[in-house]
Ligand binder design. Structure first.
Ligand SMILES: Nc1ncnc2c1ncn2[C@@H]1O[C@H](COP(=O)(O)OP(=O)(O)OP(=O)(O)O)[C@@H](O)[C@H]1O
Length: 417
């Protein structure tokens, strides 16, 4: 698939922007902080309804304004769809597909599939489990858009159950056998049932993903860092011993009846954890406490991998996603945000090989010289200017001017290389 056109209104540093894009490689070139990443972030938002840089939508709306819009026209196997997303500060966001309003923004998920590799991805290896859970869940949702509803139901039940754990704890501390305490426990039973039902579905979707994704990650790592120890991934579940170890083995083929079994085990784990959960007032068991373990040889990557190995692993996670989505039948749009400067020659080449073969690649760079020669296709210059309303990004006319590390302008030629 490829993005044929993108329009931004009041998104981050862009007030109005409209460009058409082609399949193949497009490089956005411009000085640091002038708005290149904001373009990729806008497309990633249409793809995942979230940003890779911030948790909430607030910072995505141009400072001082209440609404931003992003429109993308996506061509997939000859079929064209235009998606509009309206981000509203303090109000619900809205979306349209070919100008028809959707009931919920999440109905647009799956229309634009993207895989973005960005400097922030180092946190996939070095950061908290939450970063890796998000990596898995976004890929689960890209492949199975209906899982967005399961994720949202799970999060809602989790919030309500965690609030209930706090009130139940307080009621039980006031009088262990009181009617109030008994009622809190009965209500908790009901929420346990909901948590286990949605949680089992989410957990099984993640396990099924890891089963098909793990070989692609291992292959990608091998091609990027053939001299290094082999990379592998393994899911770690907070259900602990309730799940037989082979269940978490990436090689195990998932079965249709897994979900019912996991739900049963989930309920048992919740029963076992209940007094601890009430004491602490938090939900201790479920997919929100799980992790994707990244392993090099026999050693966990987190805390042990070198800087170069960590970059290779992060890149393999993204290239693994790209390869998997491709086997599903569609090339996702590959977005590479300012990453070539971070990579050594071999990793640059491995990434360039994948990118050169992708249907559409969108790249950002402060210095065009950082982009491998085979990817230097169309260049679009990005330059911000200071206005009374603050800094505003704009597309520059060709020939594009590039600013090197010392702030010196260098002519980098016209649009087509
Ligand atoms: N909500 C917002 N409103 C207005 N401007 C914003 C907003 N959010 C970010 N910006 C501005 O956007 C600019 C950063 O844009 P972006 O991250 O796209 O830069 P970049 O060109 O990719 O830089 P680099 O090469 O350093 O990655 C900054 O000037 C920042 O102040």
């Amino acid at each position: 698939m490829f993005v044929r056109a993108i329009t931004l209104r009041d998104f981050r540093s862009w007030d109005r922007m409209e460009i058409t894009l082609d399949p193949g490689c497009t490089v956005f070139v411009g000085p640091n902080g002038h708005g290149k990443t904001n373009i990729l972030e806008a497309l990633a938002y249409v793809s995942t309804l979230s940003s890779h840089r911030v948790a909430g939508d607030g910072p995505l709306v141009r400072s001082g304004l209440a609404q931003a819009t992003v429109s993308a026209t996506v061509v997939n196997a000859g079929r064209e769809l235009t998606v509009d997303v309206e981000l509203n500060d303090g109000k619900a966001n809205r979306a349209r597909i070919n100008t028809s309003p959707t009931r919920r923004p999440r109905e647009i998920l799956g229309i634009l599939q993207t895989v973005m590799f960005a400097p922030e991805d180092l946190s996939l290896v070095r950061g908290d489990p939450g970063d890796r859970r998000r990596y898995l869940d976004e890929l689960v949702t890209t492949r199975l858009p209906r899982m967005a509803a399961v994720r949202s139901d799970y999060d809602r039940v989790l919030r309500q159950r965690s609030a209930l754990l706090k009130t139940a704890g307080a009621a039980l501390r006031r009088g262990g056998n009181s009617a109030e305490g008994a009622s809190a426990l009965t209500t908790l039973d009901v929420w346990d049932g909901h948590l286990a039902a949605h949680g089992a579905e989410l957990l099984c979707a993640r396990l099924a993903l890891v089963h098909v994704l793990a070989p692609h990650i291992a292959d990608s790592y091998r091609s990027i860092a053939p001299e290094s120890r082999p990379a592998s991934v393994r899911y770690r579940s907070s259900l602990g011993e309730m799940l037989p170890p082979e269940f978490l083995d990436p090689a195990r083929v998932p079965e249709p009846e897994d979900s019912a079994f996991v739900e049963e085990q989930f309920l048992r784990a919740l029963a076992e954890a209940r007094s601890k959960e009430i004491d602490r007032g938090v939900s201790l068991v479920g997919p929100h406490r799980d992790d994707l373990e990244l392993v090099l040889g026999d050693t966990p990557a987190k805390g042990f991998a070198s800087h170069g190995e960590s970059w290779s692993f992060a890149l393999s996670l993204r290239l693994g996603s790209f390869a998997l989505l491709r086997t599903d039948g569609t090339d996702p749009v590959l977005m590479l945000d300012d990453v070539f400067a971070e990579l050594d020659r071999r990793r640059r080449r491995a990434l360039a090989d994948v990118a050169a073969d992708a249907e559409q690649v969108l790249v950002t760079a402060a210095v065009a010289g950082d982009i491998p020669a085979e990817l230097r296709a169309r260049r679009i210059g990005v330059l911000a200017r200071d206005t009374d309303g603050g800094r505003v990004s704009g597309i520059t006319d060709s020939p594009h001017e590039e600013v090197d590390d010392d702030g010196v302008g260098i002519d980098v030629g016209t649009g087509e290389a």
